[in-house]
Design a protein around this ligand. Structure first.
Ligand SMILES: [Zn+2]
Ligand SMILES: [Zn+2]
Length: 379
């Protein structure tokens, strides 16, 4: 059973999941001269029996489940980082049991044992197989394929948000060995948890405080300033903007935001979903064109961060000062008003090393302003 463990001093969390060590590393198999990839790839059509049964799918009407013919297929991760647990039928049950540990501001003296605070690794871990084609990069997806993929993302988040067990979910992709992929066939992962991860809690707290102080949304204001400044903008479409963040950790890091206030991707209109999917694909194509000095194909991570499923911030409700301020100000501090969903793209162009691990500070040898010029030049 996986465990969440928190470092009491730094507040850093880890998931200890020994099951993950068993997962096959297919890249090694390929480089060691094994069979042709498709014959043993668990994500290729014809090999559906090598994965757990599908839990969601886009396939032609009438075609049998777990057979070939699908366009996008979702299965449980065979080597999960977190697992479902009937002891916690609701995320509130989990929060009630572990609330003090989950709250990043709880003083250590309040915790019974400040040194060891394990929590069961409750959650779901799904694999989304992006396409039946044995390809490795988003740039190789057709436009209809990438739109179908984002439709499945929305459907899965909607499904999980309706379940009572989970407070948040994250969708991510590891593309290439350098980005942590173990299977080359293009796929995504979705991990849901009964808690809001501490870095996102902190983000939300700061955004709530900013809204209280100014009555404005931090994200909306920041995005409009970036558009006005233009130095880090790569591209703007009708409803989205792609840019190199001011605080980029890696060379050519990209973030894509809706330009209007939208907190939850799972509520995006179909036209917005399509626009975002195409912009993500185009951005990856630009990145692939920009990194011509690499001998191997670009490795990267894509992360889709949407607002937490619990729409009212439980930590703020607990804080009577915040509660009174909200009532007096008549300001709604729910997550819908203080979060913007967004996509982060992190090319694996610089490895984290001693200083990054020691201090948590990334040294980025390419300024986001230079990266934006580079990427715009490839359009
Ligand atoms: Zn494959
Ligand atoms: Zn906003």
């Amino acid at each position: 059973m996986p465990q969440y463990r928190r470092d009491p001093l730094t507040g850093r969390w880890v998931i200890v999941a020994e099951e993950r060590a068993l997962r096959p590393h297919q890249f090694e198999f390929e480089t060691n001269g094994g069979d042709s990839p498709k014959s043993y790839c668990p994500f290729c059509p014809g090999n559906e029996k090598l994965t757990p049964d599908e839990i969601d799918v886009i396939r032609p009407a009438g075609s049998p489940p777990n057979g070939s013919g699908w366009k996008v297929r979702v299965v449980s991760n065979q080597y999960p980082a977190v697992v479902a647990n009937d002891d916690f039928p609701t995320q509130q049950a989990f929060q009630q049991r572990y609330g003090d540990i989950l709250d990043v501001d709880t003083p250590l003296s309040v915790l019974g044992d400040p040194f060891y605070q394990p929590m069961p690794g409750v959650g779901t871990h799904e694999v989304i197989i992006d396409t039946p084609r044995h390809i490795r990069c988003i740039s190789e997806l057709t436009e209809p394929e990438v739109i179908d993929l984002f439709r499945i993302y929305k459907r899965r988040l909607n499904k999980l948000s309706q379940k009572k067990q989970y407070a948040s979910a994250m969708i991510f992709k590891n593309v290439g060995v350098d980005a942590g992929a173990s299977i080359p066939h293009l796929h995504s992962q979705l991990l849901s948890m009964p808690l809001v991860a501490p870095p996102i809690q902190r983000e939300l707290h700061r955004a709530i405080a900013y809204r209280r102080e100014t009555t404005r949304c931090y994200w909306c204001e920041h995005i409009q300033l970036e558009i006005k400044n233009a130095a880090r903008i790569i591209e703007q479409t009708d409803n989205f903007v792609s840019l190199c963040p001011y605080v980029s950790r890696f060379p050519c890091e990209v973030a894509i935001f809706p330009t209007q206030h939208e907190s939850h991707f799972e509520r995006a209109a179909e036209s917005h979903l399509q626009e975002l999917a195409l912009l993500v694909r185009k951005t990856i194509i630009l990145l692939c064109k920009a990194v011509t000095w690499r001998k191997s194909p670009l490795a990267y991570n894509v992360i889709l961060k949407s607002g937490p499923f619990v729409y009212q911030c439980p930590l703020d409700i607990r804080d009577m000062h915040d509660f009174a301020a909200a009532w007096l100000d008549k300001i709604d501090y729910s997550f819908e008003n203080v979060y913007h969903y967004h996509v982060s793209i992190l090319p694996s162009l610089a490895k984290s090393a001693g200083f990054e691990w020691g201090c948590g500070l990334h040294i980025n040898p390419v300024s986001p302003e230079s990266a934006a010029v580079l990427l715009r030049g490839k359009m």
